[in-house]
Design a protein around this ligand. Structure first.
Ligand SMILES: [Zn+2]
Length: 577
């Protein structure tokens, strides 16, 4: 019976002709050999790359899908090797860094991250990021991510369970399967913590190796916790799981590497690393992810100096982005002022750390250590999917060249999870995760954003088809742009024939161009224009905002705006002053 069943299955598979996709006449970006290979045809069968050959030699069978790659560049899908889905990137996401739970309970944040997991995954794929690595998640996220395994809109997700830590911040205690940390106080605890994650099938294990102030020196503290780190690494390796370690001090990073960790998820930022350390990472094949910007993103949020680009305003999930400016109108001004004061004091510390990270990164690059691009997205101010380009530019500023950065963002990301035989470059047999670009990314990294098509899990998709914003997102998106005085991002979510009315029926402006002409001078005249939403009602395709608008040189004003949404654009607005 069993044999019969298998035979039947074989027959049915062989009689159905598998539809193939031919990407023709394309310039292939060979990231491993740092070469551009023109005039190639890449053949995709199912979800993998079956063949690559010169376009001249290719005969295309009837009934195959053809993608004309003429004049375009094909790169492997990008990897963000350090993100956290339990964090939104918004202001309320790290109550241990800034405790605003009385304004927004942490429970809301947990709910938001789970219900927007799909949205964020779609934004990653739209940005050409077809693999995300989450070193530090929760058991509930390990469960939820399985539902995206077969979905073409979702990147491939590599994820750990909760971080193993010797210190657990108070806001995360007693959250059960939503807890991002597991407290360990002994080597036995460390082994048990690894064991506890196994039924949830983590892809690797993460250790938060931080020192406490209870010991005389940082090194004393690092050595005190070392047996736990060693036990966790040993237990994970016994179960064929790699180990990622958060170690930002020279001593913890050295001890973690000596103990056999596989992946350091941050730069060392307190001291210049030694040549021995560089050599150790190289010989032990330890991958390092520099995450150059995450601390600065906290800082810019607290100082209210985010300055989002048009790209970020248009492509980020607008809710966390919008929350970042809530500090401007926090009811507790003493809290906001305290945060600002502390942030100002930290400016010199961060500048010092930046230059240490810069020197360390170039020492690692010169020593041949594998560097993987990662943003630490989800932390306050580091937005999912859209912070990626900022990180690439920071790597460039450190002195890495474009080829090195493209390698760090593709094949090296695969190496971080030891899956370079499966993805990370365009080769026969590898997963069909690729991005078709309009321009050469080696000339200019910004060309990585000029995406013609994304091919994920073998499926060819137009980037803009991946994310259709909800009414709430459209309205929040234009509000964020209004608060940033960015006219391009502001008009983007409106339809071409948008109509603005003074309630109930007096037409003020019709069409996007007229709207731009109306608002542009206003944005220029009031550069600190700020609109706070006092109340919001969401009813299907209608959103009603009660606004409070302030600007220097202008009396504060209250207004009500009624937004009507049709075909995923804002088509009408009615104002009541
Ligand atoms: Zn992290």
């Amino acid at each position: 019976m069993k044999i019969f069943y298998s035979l039947l299955l074989l027959v049915s598979i062989s009689t159905v002709s598998v539809c193939q996709t031919y990407i023709t006449n394309v310039t292939l970006v060979d990231v491993e050999n740092q070469k551009l290979i023109p005039q190639q045809t890449v053949i995709v069968s199912g979800n993998s790359i079956s063949k690559i050959q010169s376009s001249k030699e290719t005969k295309i069978p009837l009934n195959s899908v053809v993608v004309d790659g003429k004049g375009k560049f094909l790169i492997p899908g990008l990897t963000d090797a350090h993100v956290h889905f339990f964090q939104s990137g918004g202001l309320y996401t790290r109550p241990d860094a800034i405790d605003l739970r009385k304004y927004n309970p942490y429970k809301n944040e947990i709910e938001w991250t789970h219900s927007n997991f799909e949205d964020l995954l779609r934004r990653y794929t739209r940005a050409g990021i077809t693999t995300v690595i989450d070193p530090g998640s929760t058991l509930n996220f390990l469960d939820q991510r399985k539902s995206f395994d077969e979905k073409a809109f979702a990147p491939t997700i590599f994820m750990t369970g909760p971080l193993l830590t010797t210190y657990e911040p108070e806001p995360y205690k007693n959250l059960e399967k939503d807890e991002p940390f597991t407290l360990i106080r002994s080597a036995e605890d460390a082994r048990a913590a690894v064991q506890k994650q196994l039924p949830y099938h983590p892809d690797f294990i993460k250790i938060w190796y931080i020192t406490s102030r209870n010991e005389k020196t940082v090194e004393d503290s690092a050595r005190k916790f070392l047996p736990y780190v060693k036990a966790a690494i040993d237990e994970a390796h016994k179960n064929n799981l790699r180990v990622a370690v958060h170690a930002t001090q020279r001593i913890t990073a050295e001890l973690a590497a000596e103990s056999g960790c596989d992946f350091l998820v941050h730069s060392v930022d307190n001291k210049i690393i030694s040549d021995d350390f560089v050599h150790l990472l190289k010989t032990n094949n330890v991958i390092l992810c520099p995450t150059l910007l995450v601390s600065n993103d906290y800082q810019s949020t607290f100082l209210q100096e985010c300055n989002f680009s048009t790209y970020e305003l248009i492509h980020s999930n607008p809710e966390p982005l919008g929350s970042l400016s809530d500090l401007k109108h926090l009811p507790d001004t003493s809290l906001a002022n305290g945060i600002q004061r502390r942030s100002l004091n930290r400016v010199s510390v961060l500048t010092y750390k930046d230059s240490v990270m810069m020197i360390n990164l170039m020492k690692l690059v010169a020593g041949g250590v594998t560097i993987a691009t990662g943003t630490d997205a989800g932390n306050i101010g580091t937005l999912h999917a859209t912070s990626y380009m900022n990180e690439l530019k920071a790597m460039q500023k450190c002195g890495m060249n474009n080829w090195q950065i493209i390698q760090a963002s593709t094949i090296n990301g695969a190496k971080a999870v030891a899956k370079e035989s499966e993805f990370g470059s365009i080769k026969a047999g590898k997963n069909a995760n690729m991005v078709l670009l309009d321009s050469n990314p080696v000339d200019d990294l910004e060309n990585l954003q000029k995406i013609s098509l994304v091919i994920n899990k073998g499926i060819v998709m137009k980037p803009d088809s991946l994310v259709l914003e909800s009414p709430l997102q459209l309205v929040q998106h234009q509000l964020n742009a209004y608060n940033e005085n960015n006219i391009d991002a502001f008009v983007e979510p409106y339809s071409e024939d948008v109509e603005l009315y003074m309630f109930p029926d007096s037409l003020m402006t019709k069409g996007k161009d007229a709207m731009r002409a109306r608002y542009d001078p206003y944005f220029k005249k009031y550069p600190d224009l700020h609109c706070e939403i006092k109340e919001r009602i969401i009813q299907g395709d209608t959103i009603i905002d009660k606004e409070y608008i302030t600007a220097t040189g202008r009396k504060p004003r209250e207004a009500i705006a009624v937004y009507k949404i049709s075909n995923h654009k804002i088509s009408k607005v009615y104002f009541i002053y």
